[in-house]
Design a protein around this ligand. Structure first.
Ligand code: ASP
Ligand code: MG
Length: 455
């Protein structure tokens, strides 16, 4: 059994859904792979839904209505082109109409109540994946294969209580029981949205949540492999839109993938790593538009390739906070108190680097978004804030063996006169992170890729 997740571009239009996704799924069925399919919303639809919710809360009902009409038109067009037999098309179109009527009513209520809670966002967002999954189900049936549409928008009903820790195991239990009841021989088509979640899916998981859904589904079913079908051939040595000669990696470890996706690689949602890792199920990144490519396999073992490191990722617009304090000298527990302050404001720290009297910490937020935290930190000592910075992260198990890597990195930057504001190396020695000005970010990525990967 395998899990196959298709992203927004793969679900982009009728042609893609019927001829690409349909073909790939049916090929897996015929090869006896017993696929469980997970889909994202049709490309762009999640953004339209978010705009509709914003319009509703801003009391712009006309705008909200126009957006819902646009969503309806897009899906009904796709359905008409992708499904030939009327009986399958009719069932799906009445579902689409009904869901969008409910959405209109809900958006009106948001305007009346004047409240857009995380739970309301979840209800609105769920629509995207319900529509795309319903269409793909009809496409598979239309092509002569039994399929079962499964909406995960009611995974946990009622309150979560204060204890959201128990939430993910509960979700997995739900997935397990729901998948057990699938009709014999039918291909389950799951909505990549699963919820409602504590604090809302945008906060608890974030955009790209359907990757995480696929990983949860794969873990509960003990899949052979979790396939993430996207629009690139796999994980590359750098972002191919910035570095034209970036190459695709054949294999990498979960740890490396976690670092890369956290530091900006978009191919996989960072949270998707843990359910797969815990259940020891490999994840493979594949290209819907080039299915013959073998993709990148992510496994639970150290992978040492014959190259200086695996890949360079970057994250722009970060802020570095430096706290300088003589109170730190020989003081046990100082760091714990500082970190506790960040936690209490819900701000997560990416990099830390320390000396005896100073500590520098990087965060994603802009200084204006964290003023209360900054004021609070001043009680520890003097606080300097530098913004408009980028983290550049070299990732790979090879780093720990490659003694010359540091020299080469700093020499390349020195030659170009690029200043490094902060450095951090994880203890696992699979990543080396540098902080530079935003304005230098793209150049540094290209420069480092060129220095290490040029033939
Ligand atoms: N459609 C959702 C989003 O854009 C979920 C996903 O693509 O995985 O975030
Ligand atoms: Mg994605």
């Amino acid at each position: 059994m395998i899990v196959m997740k298709f992203g927004g571009t793969s679900m982009g239009d009728a042609e893609c859904i019927r001829n690409r996704v349909g073909e790939i799924v049916l090929d897996a069925v015929e090869k006896g792979k017993e696929p469980v399919v997970v889909v994202s919303a049709v490309g762009g639809v999640t953004n339209l839904l978010l705009s509709a919710a914003e319009a509703a809360i801003q009391r712009k009902p006309e705008q909200a209505r126009a957006l819902v009409e646009d969503i309806a038109k897009r899906h009904l067009d796709v359905l008409e082109k992708a499904v030939k037999q009327t009986r399958f098309a009719l069932d799906a179109s009445s579902y689409i109409t009904e869901i969008l009527e409910d959405l209109s009513v809900f958006l009106k209520a948001i305007g009346v109540v004047g409240e857009l809670t995380p739970r309301s966002y979840d209800i609105v967002l769920a629509v995207g994946e319900k529509l795309s999954a319903r269409i793909l189900t009809a496409v598979l049936e239309d092509r002569g294969y039994p399929a079962e549409f499964i909406s995960l928008d009611q995974v946990i009903v009622g309150e979560f209580g204060a204890d959201s820790e128990n939430y993910w195991p509960k979700v997995q239990d739900f997935f397990k029981s729901r998948l057990k009841n699938v009709r014999e021989g039918a291909v389950p088509v799951l909505t990549g949205f699963f919820g409602p979640t504590p604090n809302g899916i945008l906060k608890s998981v974030g955009r790209g949540y359907s990757d995480f859904c696929a990983s949860l589904a794969g873990a509960v079913r003990e899949a052979e492999e979790i396939q993430i079908w996207t629009d690139v051939d796999g994980v590359a040595t750098a972002n191919p839109t910035k570095v034209s000669d970036a190459r695709i990696l054949e294999r990498m470890s979960f740890g490396e993938m976690a670092e890369l996706s956290h530091f900006g690689a978009k191919v996989l949602h960072p949270q998707s790593v843990w359910p797969a890792l815990k259940a020891n199920i490999p994840i493979r990144i594949l290209n819907t538009f080039h299915p013959q490519a073998q993709g990148t396999l992510i496994v639970d073992e150290t992978v040492e390739a014959n190259q200086p490191f695996k890949s360079i990722a970057y994250k722009k617009d970060i802020t570095v906070i430096r706290i300088c304090s003589y109170g730190m000298l020989m003081a046990a527990g100082f760091m714990a108190k500082v970190c506790e302050r960040f936690g209490s404001y819900g701000i997560s720290i990416d990099l830390i680097s320390t000396s005896e009297v100073s500590v520098s910490l990087s965060v994603c937020e802009k200084p204006s978004e964290i003023e209360p935290l900054l004021n609070d930190l001043r009680k520890f000592g003097s606080v300097d804030v530098a913004s408009d910075l980028s983290i550049i992260c070299l990732v790979g198990a090879e780093i720990q063996r490659n003694e010359s890597i540091f020299g080469k990195v700093f020499e390349a930057l020195r030659r170009k006169g690029i200043e490094v504001k902060m450095i951090s190396m994880g203890d696992l020695r699979i990543n080396l992170s540098l902080v530079v000005d935003n304005s230098n970010c793209d150049d540094v990525v290209r420069l480092l890729h060129q220095s290490f990967f040029a033939e």
